[in-house]
Design a protein around this ligand. Structure first.
Ligand SMILES: [Zn+2]
Length: 250
């Protein structure tokens, strides 16, 4: 099947679904020039940055400045990144009532920037920075980013402690509410679009299983094979090209 033909079939399936949801991973964001910084081919294999340490919660407690210095070049410059065709088409599908929710493993805020409204962030989000000591202190991404760009650390307005982004670090539990919501959406879905994720990291890997178990179907668009390819209704490689096609039909 060619990419345009695939886009047509995909659109038909989306239109026919009662409750279509999407699950997105790093492959969606690499199209926006964002590196897969938590994936296998991302920063971990980059000798110039000690990425294991960047998102290690114990290390953060010890020396939060290490995270902020490192993340300055790939998180606190996210305001310069633009949503890709996948982000914008997903937002259009939602606006048209064709996509009910979107669960993402990404922590780059690009779905929101692309116009998506119901975004479930299962690995947390840098949209909020909070104080580890004072309940209720919340600082926005923009405010934190302004500090980081000025070479400072975002600090609690009440106690002056360095704030932590609401990204889930290694050694922390995943956000319970987001996980519950993502699971409920997967169970409710009669169609799940699995986009730009190789389904190797939990809990994302098991979300399509919930859909399948409840009689729903999954469609995978990813440049790499996934463990669920054989159980998918359709599988296609070229994410960007497929969404270009989808964008033209919409
Ligand atoms: Zn505080």
């Amino acid at each position: 099947m060619g990419k345009n033909e695939f886009a047509v079939v995909l659109m038909e399936k989306i239109s026919a679904a009662r409750h279509c949801v999407a699950l997105t991973g790093a492959g969606v964001s690499t199209l926006s020039g964002i590196r897969d910084f938590r994936g296998k081919n991302g920063l971990y294999n980059d000798g110039s940055l000690d990425a294991e340490k960047i998102f290690d919660i114990n290390y953060f407690y010890e020396d939060p400045s290490f995270y902020y210095k490192a993340a300055a070049s790939f998180i606190y410059n996210l305001d310069e990144k633009k949503p890709s065709i996948v982000h914008t088409v997903l937002a259009k599908l939602e606006a048209g009532g064709l996509l009910k929710s979107l669960t993402t493993q990404n922590i780059d805020l690009l779905h929101q920037k692309g116009g998506s409204r119901r975004v479930i962030e299962i690995h947390g989000s840098p949209s909020i920075h909070y104080c580890l000591r004072c309940a209720g202190v919340r600082v926005s991404f923009e405010e934190a980013a302004a500090k980081v760009k000025a070479g400072e650390l975002p600090r609690c307005p009440q106690c002056n402690r360095v704030l932590k982004p609401a990204i889930t670090f290694f050694g922390e539990s995943l956000p319970v509410d987001a996980l519950r919501e993502a699971t409920a959406e997967a169970q409710k879905a009669d169609l799940m679009l699995v986009l730009g994720t190789s389904l190797t990291v939990q809990p994302a890997a098991s979300l399509p299983e919930y859909t399948l178990r409840n009689g729903g179907e999954i469609i995978i668009v990813n440049n790499m094979p996934t463990p669920l390819d054989r159980r998918a209704l359709l599988h296609f490689d070229e994410l960007g090209e497929v969404f270009e096609g989808l964008g033209k039909i919409l």
